[in-house]
Design a protein around this ligand. Structure first.
Ligand code: ADP
Ligand code: MG
Ligand code: MG
Length: 896
């Protein structure tokens, strides 16, 4: 269960993350690469799992650790607890999946009243020794003994005050000496016991505390948000200490091998001179830019530059590294895959292919569908000349407006009440995690680009501005002041995560770069993010087998869908066409007509309008299929709601208002969702189906005459039995014959059905004898299979998810075990009677990555989603294909 690293040889490798955790595996890998790493050993994650289950360390582990410690003493040339020259260690958590800052780490372990003297003598620097001691007493007191950090910080603050200094780094040796006495007294008072002086007892206390930190609230929250299983457990890394706080030739820092916001290939990071461990990340002192290290610590800087390049080339991935310089000597303490903003993710994937580091399939894998989604989010409108009230570091891009809140609990509470909130803090700590999840964006007044707030926000794809120095947070009074303005809790502010500006109020936003290119407002050659995005998505298209269409009801949406890469329309809802302009009057006239003649007269007015719409859509989608659904919603949805509208309608139709009221009343249904809608309308009023079919086929022939390749697919909604389908299909086919015969030009077309009722799914074999395609309307199918109305589910869905009855909202993520099972069975049965049955999905689920994966595996031919979800679906379909190990064209090809 114990694996050594450092000192020239390691027992682990980077491929052992599941055993050692990411930190341990990469410390081993760095050792193997010859990168300078302080020696140490890793206790496997399995020990944590066993400890949490049984409450005690696994048997035999104590002996293994004792042996590893003896070897470490040998490698380090120092002994643990030696009063003349003690070996000190850090005890660090590290799970298989990176959970930055969510668990605990203790530094300088092994110090006590005697060894601190040894450290002072041996280093010739008593101030350094006592600085290390007070840090250790505080960390151990907090993490292992449960004494609140605030009480240590109080004593520390008081010491700064009495010494008349601004920062901890200025505290004198004497002050630090008395501080460590005060700390020990604090522990004695708070716990009723002496601070443990025995280094071995300290070690085991720390190991167990790291194991327990797996179950801290922040860690549990983080796993829930990121879908990390609770069963993994954390590794424990015991690492010989190296000291960045030994003077001005020492320091510590964190860096990325590429810019995590933009993806630009440049070494990017921050460091502090004469500092230890988390000083940089915690934002206690504002760090220096990494370039300045060239002057302050030139030798170590040159080595760091060389090392970071080596690490990136080796891992073929952007690295996030931690390092410490002890008296001019560089040590790497950690390397891991760096979290990055969405724009950076696509740029890095694209450029690494061109640099020959990765192949195209890998580039596709490295962009998560959610990141593509972020790139389509709006940004602040630059035409609005608002004056920022403060500026900070653009830590995580995007634009967000919300009400300022000053603590994580309030953020969570107000967000749960449906409000948009922005969490404002001096700096964030892992304890703020749940508030960060709830907030739209995060603003801090301290800390750098690698601070906790920045890293976590980027990981969540949330906008963040950090280190905004002009922002003075008054936590007590729940407000902040900046640039002469005061912002109280509940006031609106807007953050621009791309520029780092902070504005008062709720500023308007504009479409993102990619959306502007897609919408034709920006040229692609002036849009670098768009270019990287379209290349990566192009590669995704080469690997995926599942086709992606869009749900689009107008020519404009259809053009947008094409620009986003849709390969056809999977759902064109014709009812939306009836709401536009004065069409609604003709529609109402049709609905309230008492006999067929009246309905036909009204429908004749609608025909040319629908035809024109279809022509526009066919043209925008030329070369691709367009699935048109016949009228679906219940008729009363089209009727006037208010008194004014009714009066107007009655006058237009030359009808008494009482009569109109009667007709409207007659149309009202107790349960419209299960009422007179879908094909039931077309069966009772066949002239509606006739008119719509005529409009479709006339438009198809006209477009075809203009040289466009048109492929209409007519879809009959809400079919429960094959007889309904046959009734409607006969009308459609007859109209097709009439139109094409009269116009003298055939156009190929399909007639199929939506599968959205359990009975249709259960009789799929029968229906497929007549229907040429199926399209699963998974929104309605979810409602009908679960017997759950989407409009009413909001009241209790939250409780269901909280209580673990539903894992996710079934209207967002397909219920695979229930609805999914029915889908699979219907596909199987349908193809048993029609082998070439075309199968699509046109619910919201068609743009949701997990559901897309399921559809891919179920033999669906295409998914269809809103135009803005098309890129997400393209990428998700590619990921599904890659995960299935489909060879695809790409995996063998390589550029550069
Ligand atoms: P986290 O997962 O929160 O980053 P780490 O275990 O990486 O926690 O440690 C926290 C900080 O302490 C980091 O800045 C790290 O570089 C530093 N640190 C950890 N171990 C040592 C060590 N042996 N010597 C010097 N600094 C260390
Ligand atoms: Mg770390
Ligand atoms: Mg439906």
């Amino acid at each position: 269960m114990v694996y050594a690293f450092g000192g020239g040889a390691a027992e682990g490798t980077k491929d052992m993350k599941a055993v050692l955790g990411g930190k341990g595996a990469n410390l081993a890998e760095m050792t193997n690469l010859g990168v300078p790493v302080p020696p140490g050993f890793t206790i496997a994650c399995a020990a944590c799992v066993e400890y949490l289950r049984g409450g005690a360390p696994p048997s035999g582990l104590r002996d293994e650790v004792a042996r590893a410690l003896a070897r470490l003493e040998e490698t380090a040339g120092r002994r643990f607890g030696d009063p003349t020259d003690p070996l000190l260690v850090s005890v660090r958590s590290g799970a298989a999946v990176s959970m930055p800052g969510m668990m605990e780490t203790i530094l300088n372990l092994g110090l006590n009243d005697r060894t601190v003297q040894g450290l002072a003598r041996h280093s010739g620097n008593a101030r350094f020794a006592f600085d290390s001691y007070r840090r250790f007493l505080q960390m151990y007191g907090d993490v292992v003994l449960g004494v609140p950090v605030a009480r240590f910080e109080q004593l520390l603050g008081a010491k700064r005050l009495t010494e008349g200094v601004a920062t901890d780094a200025e505290l004198s040796e004497g002050a630090l000496r008395t501080l460590s006495e005060e700390y020990k007294a604090l522990v004695r008072n708070a716990t009723g016991r002496e601070f443990p002086m025995d280094p071995r007892e300290q070690l085991w206390g720390a190991i167990e505390a790291v194991w327990r930190s797996w179950t801290l609230k922040k860690a549990v929250d983080y796993r829930r948000v990121n879908g990390i299983p609770d069963t993994l457990g954390t590794g424990v890394n015991v690492v010989a200490m190296v000291f960045g706080n030994m003077g001005d030739d020492s320091g510590t820092g964190v860096a990325f091998t590429r810019d995590p916001s933009t993806g630009e290939r440049r070494f990017y990071g921050e460091f502090l001179v004469n500092a230890q461990g988390e000083d940089v990340v915690a934002g206690i002192r504002t760090p220096l830019r990494i370039e300045e290290m060239a002057e302050r610590l030139p030798g170590a800087y040159a080595e760091l530059l060389e090392t970071q390049q080596r690490l990136e080339a080796h891992f073929r991935e952007m690295q996030d590294i931690e390092f410490t310089v002890e008296r001019g000597r560089l040590y790497l303490l950690q390397t891991r895959t760096g979290k990055r903003a969405a724009a950076a993710a696509v740029r890095i994937a694209d450029e690494m292919v061109r640099e020959g580091l990765i192949d195209r399939a890998e580039a596709v894998r490295r962009v998560v569908p959610a990141q593509v989604d972020q790139l389509l989010h709006p940004v602040i409108d630059s035409a609005v000349r608002a004056t920022p009230i403060a500026g900070g570091l653009p830590a995580s891009p995007g634009a967000a407006s919300g009400r300022a809140v000053f603590d994580p609990d309030t953020a969570e509470k107000r967000a749960a009440g449906g409000e948009a909130v922005i969490l404002v803090r001096e700096e964030t700590t892992p304890e703020d995690f749940h508030g960060m999840v709830a907030a739209r964006a995060i603003l801090t007044s301290r800390g750098g680009m690698t601070s906790h707030a920045a890293v976590v926000a980027r990981g969540m794809g949330k906008c963040a501005v950090v280190g905004a120095k002009e922002v003075h947070v008054d936590h007590e009074r729940r407000r902040f002041s900046a640039g002469g303005a005061t912002v109280a809790e509940g006031d609106w502010i807007t953050l621009d995560g791309a520029s780092g500006q902070v504005y008062a109020g709720d500023l308007p936003t504009v479409p993102s770069e990619i959306v502007r290119v897609v919408g034709g407002q920006l040229m692609a050659d002036r849009a670098p993010t768009y270019r990287a995005f379209s290349r990566v998505l192009g590669w995704a298209d080469e690997v995926r087998s599942l086709k992606v269409r869009a749900n689009a009801d107008t020519p404009r949406d259809a053009r947008m869908a094409r620009a986003f890469g849709a390969e056809g329309i999977g759902l064109c809802r014709t009812e939306h066409m009836f709401f536009e302009g004065d069409r609604i009057t003709a529609m109402r006239e049709m609905i309230v007509a008492r006999e067929e003649g009246g309905r036909r007269r009204a429908l004749a007015k609608l025909l040319p309008m629908q035809r024109a719409d279809f022509e526009g859509i066919f043209e925008a989608m030329r070369g691709f299929p367009v699935t048109i659904r016949l009228l679906d919603p219940p008729l009363h949805e089209f009727l006037p709601h208010g008194g004014e509208e009714s009066k107007l309608l009655a006058r237009t139709l030359g009808m008494g208002r009482d009569e109109l009221h009667r007709i409207v009343d007659d149309l009202r249904e107790a349960n419209p969702m299960l009422g007179h809608r879908g094909c039931r309308l077309g069966i009772t009023y066949p002239e509606i189906t006739e008119m719509q079919s005529r409009a479709i086929f006339e438009a198809a022939v006209r477009s075809s005459r203009r040289g466009h390749d048109v492929r209409p697919e007519i879809m009959i909604p809400l079919v429960a039995t094959v007889k309904e389908f046959e009734h409607q299909a006969a009308i459609i086919r007859k109209v097709a014959d009439d139109v094409m015969g009269a116009m003298g030009e055939p156009v190929p077309y399909l007639v199929g059905t939506m599968i959205e009722l359990p009975r249709a799914a259960l009789t799929a074999d029968e229906i497929a004898r007549s229907a040429e395609f199926f399209s699963f309307g998974t929104n309605d199918l979810t409602q009908t299979v679960l017997g759950l109305s989407r409009d009413d589910a909001g009241r209790f869905l939250g409780a269901y998810i909280e209580k673990g009855i539903f894992e996710e909202d079934p209207f967002q993520v397909l219920d695979q075990d229930g609805v999914g099972k029915i889908v699979r069975r219907a596909i199987f049965d349908g193809r048993s009677t029609r082998a070439d049955l075309k199968v699509g999905v046109c619910g919201e689920h068609g743009g949701e990555p997990k559901s897309v994966r399921f559809f891919h595996r179920s033999g669906v031919d295409y998914v269809s989603c809103s135009p803005f979800r098309v890129p997400v679906a393209r990428l998700a379909a590619a990921h599904a294909a890659l995960d299935d190990g489909e060879p695809g064209a790409l995996s063998v090809r390589r550029e550069g």
